[in-house]
Design a protein around this ligand. Structure first.
Ligand SMILES: NC(=O)CCC(=O)C(=O)O
Length: 267
């Protein structure tokens, strides 16, 4: 299976409309890949909180249409990264869109863990409450977005739902690049799954982006890693390695669920 991660540069000097056209063009050039992945909130920038409302779209808005056509033209599965979505009531969500090769929407996923503590995304956007997997002919994708990477229970839930390839679009900042790499590898090792982690390049809202997109195999080996600039990372991987790894080293079978609550021990 061939995956291409488009680590696009989010530069405030480029308009959202221009970046949308450019991203669609980059997807069209990936004919021959099975799966193409874009990062989190690449239209606005994940840290451009002040612009979330201005650039929010209904689910089937301009970015949806551009990505749907690009997926169809390229004949690829497309994880279109995420958009700032507004629902009918005007509530915002950080929503990922996955398209089938005929351009139809295969799945959408609203980011569950919002970043910012009491600021930014955490107060501006609503939280998703649904784990999402997507069946491709070769593998089952499990969806998560950026800050979700810090919450292993979400990934275990995806694995329990059948996920073998965990896809994580992100807008991860450069100052925590070491966490990005470590957490992506940890999620791959503990879940014995592929991790496709696609970030952005550039600096927006004063936040330098890490780039450093990576693909990790179920044994924790980094198959490919991008630099810090705009780049397309293309990797061939064998989805059958997930089952082979889980058979050879069946740690997932040794889980101890439903343990008793800790007892208070008095001296
Ligand atoms: N957009 C994000 O979710 C950023 C997450 C982040 O910076 C971190 O977890 O660190």
């Amino acid at each position: 299976m061939r995956a291409s991660l488009i680590q696009i540069c989010v530069d405030p000097a480029e308009s959202v409309a221009a970046r949308r056209d450019r991203a669609a063009g980059l997807v069209r050039e990936r004919t021959g890949s099975d799966l193409v992945v874009l990062p989190e909130l690449w239209t606005t920038g994940a840290f451009a909180f002040d612009h979330f409302g201005e650039h929010a779209e209904e689910l089937r808005g301009p970015t949806f249409l551009a990505l749907s056509r690009a997926a169809r033209d390229a004949g690829v599965w497309l994880h279109g990264g995420s958009i700032p979505e507004h629902d009918a009531g005007g509530r915002l969500y950080n929503t990922s869109l996955v398209f089938a090769p005929d351009g139809t929407l295969a799945a959408s996923y609203r980011k569950i863990h919002r970043f910012g503590f009491d600021q930014g995304e955490a107060v501006l956007m609503g939280a998703g409450d649904r784990l999402v997997t997507v069946d491709l002919p070769e593998t089952t994708l499990g969806l998560a977005t950026c800050y979700d990477l810090r919450f292993p229970e979400q990934f275990r839930g995806l694995v329990d739902a059948g996920a073998e390839t965990l896809v994580v679009p992100a807008g991860w900042p450069a100052r925590r690049a070491a966490h990005w790499n470590l957490l992506a590898r940890a999620r791959a090792v503990e879940n014995q799954a592929y991790v496709l982690a696609c970030g952005t390049a550039g600096t927006h809202a004063g936040t330098e982006q890490a780039g450093r997109s990576l693909v990790v195999d179920p044994w924790g080996e980094v198959l490919a890693e991008a630099g810090t600039e705009e780049e397309i990372l293309t990797v061939d991987f064998d989805p059958a390695t997930v089952a082979a790894t889980r058979d050879r080293f069946p740690a997932l079978k040794d889980r101890r669920l439903g343990l008793a609550e800790p007892k208070e021990i008095r001296p």
